[in-house]
Design a protein around this ligand. Structure first.
Ligand SMILES: [Zn+2]
Length: 167
């Protein structure tokens, strides 16, 4: 595992978590922490520029993260997938086992704050998203233009937002 340099894409919402290696294939997870969890997991040959080309997103920005953080996002995705019933491909199952994702402890709300990415969501809001995700997964509209858009943030972020608006 020490051969990997980890990256995530900068934008909030669905992110790519990349375990990059020059010596072997890199592992890419596509994680949707706002709805259905792990969307995809696949191997990739090439560098960050090759990924931008492959995805047809020349402006895609990557931030280096440590392996612990990479595993946190993957574990968060797996936890969501399990709860809403998102099927995982065999590559995801294989790498989840290799990375010992089950040993990453995440407690509290299934979904975390859409702004700071770690803050807890209110129980009712959390349940609401689980409901929407399950329905959309069943109707196969998650990730399409027909999906419901929403944005939930934790109490700390709400307080900060309130402060900046009242100053
Ligand atoms: Zn927050």
């Amino acid at each position: 595992m020490n051969d990997f340099t980890c990256y995530r894409t900068e934008d909030l919402g669905s992110i790519l978590v990349l375990l990059y290696s020059e010596k072997q294939s890199s592992v890419i997870y596509f994680v949707d922490p706002w709805k259905i969890g792990i969307l995809d997991c696949f191997l990739f040959e090439g560098d960050l520029d090759n990924i931008r080309q492959e995805m047809n997103m020349p402006d895609l920005k990557f931030t280096q993260i440590d392996l612990t953080m990479a595993k946190y996002f993957i574990a968060m995705g797996k936890r969501i997938s399990k709860r809403v019933g998102t099927p995982l491909n065999s590559m995801a199952n294989k790498w989840n086992a290799k990375l010992e994702i089950d040993n990453v402890e995440i407690s509290g709300s299934i979904y975390k704050c859409f702004s700071c990415e770690t803050g807890e969501l209110d129980t009712q809001e959390d349940a609401k998203i689980i409901g929407i995700a399950k329905r959309e997964l069943k109707r196969k509209v998650a990730g399409t233009i027909k999906e419901k858009q929403y944005y939930y943030i934790c109490k700390d972020c709400k307080d900060k937002l309130h402060k900046t608006h009242t100053v």
